[in-house]
Design a protein around this ligand. Structure first.
Ligand SMILES: NC(=O)c1ccc[n+]([C@@H]2O[C@H](COP(=O)([O-])OP(=O)(O)OC[C@H]3O[C@@H](n4cnc5c(N)ncnc54)[C@H](O)[C@@H]3O)[C@@H](O)[C@H]2O)c1
Length: 275
């Protein structure tokens, strides 16, 4: 019998509706920063919290900084980083100040230090094993995408109900039946579940992932999920992203009739929007 991790208990057993909207403003919900007082960061930042939109931008900075580090860069100016991220430099400095990182005048930021600070704040100092449920068009693409393991998110389990898929390897991992989600997730210590099933199946799938100890759900199905308090849900909805883009295009047409590009912004999911 497999030990079940993260089972709901007491008050945590109450389900709540999560992932119904994508926060994209700097005054939207905030995330508590874990201890980041290493590497000279101000211990005061422990008590602060970061807007969700800034968390999304930190993930963008991390991707850029990691690429710079691979190319041998040791320092980066705020101008270089802000240009690469498509945000203005004042916003970049504000975001990095949440880390207790203020750079050195004339030198900029040390790439390796900044990478370490962002990884710590984003909880990326350890790997998060991922399970994908629903191995159809989207699930196949996610399972075959090679970019997740290198960023700390190895895909370690795949689930579906289609008998033709069960046992078939996708991206090197055999697909397992839906019924085995709780046991396999507990066995393999899956911490993130990705739901790519039709919407009608998503809540059942979510419940089984939670039963298996999964504490983070990335939901592609267009449905709002009910989860216990201790479970985090992020909803990815490309239609909403397109609507946000549409809004920005419309706003630009209203405000900038000559087509001049104004400040860049980053949506809640990290997508950089030129507005
Ligand atoms: N968020 C987005 O931007 C976005 C984009 C595309 C698709 N989607 C959504 O993602 C989901 C998947 O889309 P798709 O095009 O890959 O669909 P698809 O029909 O190709 O694949 C769905 C898969 O889920 C499996 N499935 C069905 N019921 C299941 C259950 N109870 N348990 C486990 N697996 C089950 C099916 O066998 C199939 O393999 C849909 O909800 C769709 O609306 C979202």
């Amino acid at each position: 019998m497999v030990a079940q991790r993260g089972r709901r208990n007491g008050a945590a057993a109450h389900k709540r509706t999560r992932g119904g909207a994508t926060p994209d403003a700097d005054n939207a919900p905030t995330a508590e920063i874990p201890a980041v007082a290493e590497n000279g960061a101000d211990p005061e930042v422990r008590a602060k919290s970061i807007p969700e939109a800034a968390v999304a931008r930190l993930a963008v900075y991390l991707r850029i900084l990691s690429a710079m580090a691979e190319q041998g860069a040791t320092t980066v100016s705020s101008e270089e980083l802000s240009t690469a991220a498509g945000v203005n430099s004042a916003k970049l400095r504000k975001d990095l100040s949440y880390l207790g990182s203020y750079g050195t005048r004339g030198v900029g930021y040390e790439v390796a230090v900044l990478v370490g600070q962002i990884e710590r704040v984003l909880g990326l100092t350890r790997q998060h094993k991922v399970a994908v449920v629903g191995i159809g068009n989207l699930g196949h693409a996610l399972a075959n995408y090679g970019g997740f393991p290198g960023r700390g998110f190895p895909v370690e389990a795949l689930f579906d109900i289609d008998p033709d898929l069960i046992g078939v390897p996708v991206g090197g991992i055999p697909v397992t039946h839906l019924d085995d989600i709780p046991q396999v997730c507990a066995d393999r210590q899956i911490s993130i579940g990705v739901i790519a099933t039709p919407p009608a199946a998503a809540q059942t799938v979510c419940d089984r992932l939670v039963e298996g100890g999964v504490q983070c759900i990335l939901n592609f199905a267009p449905v709002v999920l009910q989860v216990p308090e201790h479970v985090e849900v992020r909803k990815v909805d490309l239609a909403v992203e397109l609507q946000i883009l549409s809004f920005h295009v419309a706003r630009r047409a209203d405000n900038e009739p000559n087509g001049k590009v104004a400040e860049s912004t980053v949506a809640g999911n990290g997508a950089v929007l030129q507005s």
